[in-house]
Design a protein around this ligand. Sequence first.
Ligand code: BGC
Length: 757
Amino acid sequence: MQNNKFELDGWKLTTHELDKENKRFQESLTSIGNGYMGMRGMFEESYSGDKHEGIYLAGVWYPDKTRVGWWKNGYPEYFGKVINTVNFMKLAFYIDGAEVDLYTDTISDFTHELDMYNGLLTRFFIITKGTKRVKFTVQRFVSLATKELCAISVQFENLGAAATIKVASAIDANVTNEDANYDEKFWQVVEKEVVATDGLLVARTIENNFDIPQFTVGFKMTHEQTGFAVQAAVETEQEIVTNYEATIETGEKVVLEKRILVVTSRDFETVESIKEQLNSLTQTLASSTYDEIKTAHQTLWHRRWDLADVEIGGDVSAQQGIRFNIFQLFSTYYGEDARLNIGPKGFTGEKYGGATYWDTEAFAIPFYLSLAAPEVTENLLDYRHQQLPQAQHNARQQGLAGALYPMVTFTGVECHNEWEITFEEIHRNGSMVYAIYNHANYTGDESYLLTKGIDVITEISRFWADRVHFSKRQGQYMMHGVTGPNEYENNVNNNWYTNYMAQWTLRYALETLPKLSAEKRESLQITAEETAKWSDIVEKMYLPHDEQEDVFLQHDTFMDKDLTPVAELDPASLPLNQNWSWDHILRSPYIKQADVLQGVYYFPENFTLEEKKRNFDFYEPLTVHESSLSPSVHAILAAEIRYEEKAVEMYERTARLDLDNYNNDTEDGLHITSMTGSWLAIVQGFAGMRVSDHELSFKPFLPEKWENYRFHINFRGRLLLITVTTAGTDVKLIKGEPLTITVDEKPRVLKVEEAAK
Ligand code: BGC
């Protein structure tokens, strides 16, 4: 765990220290985005120390050749890379001809501040060079009001002797990816042009051999300068630069504002149409001042917070954690664009590649179901529905029937190339179906399930029916050679979670079929032999169970391991993935993330409290939580079985995973998809929210350290406000038709209060 140098504050992340040793970590934490684009908290100006500069555009990627030592049949041909886009923010500052570089210069009064309420990133610092002393205020935001816009404002205040300030403002296509397999650069410049202080650069991704269309992106920068004289612009092969100069007297201030518009071929096909759109957006914004566009942006953040904020009284650390997570999630995805999904690093890094993991279905959908318009969840489900042909292709790659949704993808085609994950971590298919079920269960509306959802469910059922085999010896269906959610064991036989998900999927498919219209049923061409086989598998699926411990067995041979609990390990060996050989990890009993417990969490009604407790007591002490997805599931289960201390510990770990760098890897970027975990831990965990058989219920408790907490949820056309205090639980219906819910197993009838109507 790392001391993060940012102060505790409910709405802000503020540090007064430029932590040169941990610059990448600070950059990750100060990332911002607007769903369309985003960037790490890199500095605009030159910085010669260690750093990781990254600006990313949603849906803009590159298929990089798969690199493996030993090719195995079934491997995908390419790995989809999130690419670092053209550096459009670039600025260089000079004081009397000497370039400002925060790595080497004498700096004082440094402040870096992420304002989550307003969606602004601001820096203040003073540079002293001899008798010259200049205070800089640099602010940027990526606009929620105009998604293509990034705005930067720099104010220079002279605190020393008269000085000449020069600024060079650039769009630079000479960028690299941290993780390029072959050190390639992924951008080539197609067009560039500078007219006065306006610059335009159009770049295209380099060619690839995989039939993936190249992306073309246009960048346009415009400037407003107060007190500066414009100097000659400079163009090089990969870069355009406009220059500004001002001589400022002691006490004087000058300001330069840079606006950059970014339009991609995802929305406008040709270079001409991209340029037209850039020009038209420039004109629309021309009459607005920086403050006006900033206000429009802030107002939209405020609106998001009105619904999504979770207030925690009495624990500012917990408060900062949940807001940070919600801020970063919404910066990555707010559901406006149905073609997009939620990448595990969002706009904050390159690790993991791809845009879409099972994380979305397992961890993000419950969050968006409660906090976004219903279309958002349907968009996320549709994304997978549209990729059904690609999922069928993935199954064929493995020689199997039906559909296998990818572990990592941009297009639906698997692009991850480790056999133990690509071929074996097939439990992911179960979460695709779970998400469809979750949507129907939460919304009470089965129309999606019965129209599109069933297409996905049918093909996944066909996959499971082909992937299991029948053991004559045991008279049961089994699944060998799989990796469960616990990636610290591979190629295991009969992972309880995977077998359970397969059995549950087939049962759900069989239950859903009679509800379909004749036409829909016809279109699926499900034969009587198929349904007979599905029923047989449901009936005879092997679900390993250990008699002695009376727990669901993670896989056939788990009990033969040396089951020494994590608490008895030398703390210096944690995290295991950074200290032990892979071989050591695979042989060990240590669990990366919820595995059996993931299944127990998914289906709260299918297990008794006793079963939950027994399995938690057995597996949690062996769990190292080295996947960011782990603590939230454990927080929720611990809350349900009233292990309050554990629940709070797990909440803190999920809420402050990146802020406190629990897994020692935040420098690579934030763990975006698991950020829903802190919300789930509060809402499903502490407040005990469940939806079962059309009934919404809560079983809240208040963590001892907290004075109170409150949050809103959308539920079936209604807006509810839940407040938990030492005096009890108050649930208010803010909007919508009356509703009966249960709180602590007692019914409550909710009606909008007259005054609020
Ligand atoms: C986890 C996976 C997850 C991926 C992306 C891995 O570390 O084990 O379950 O899908 O990260 O978040």
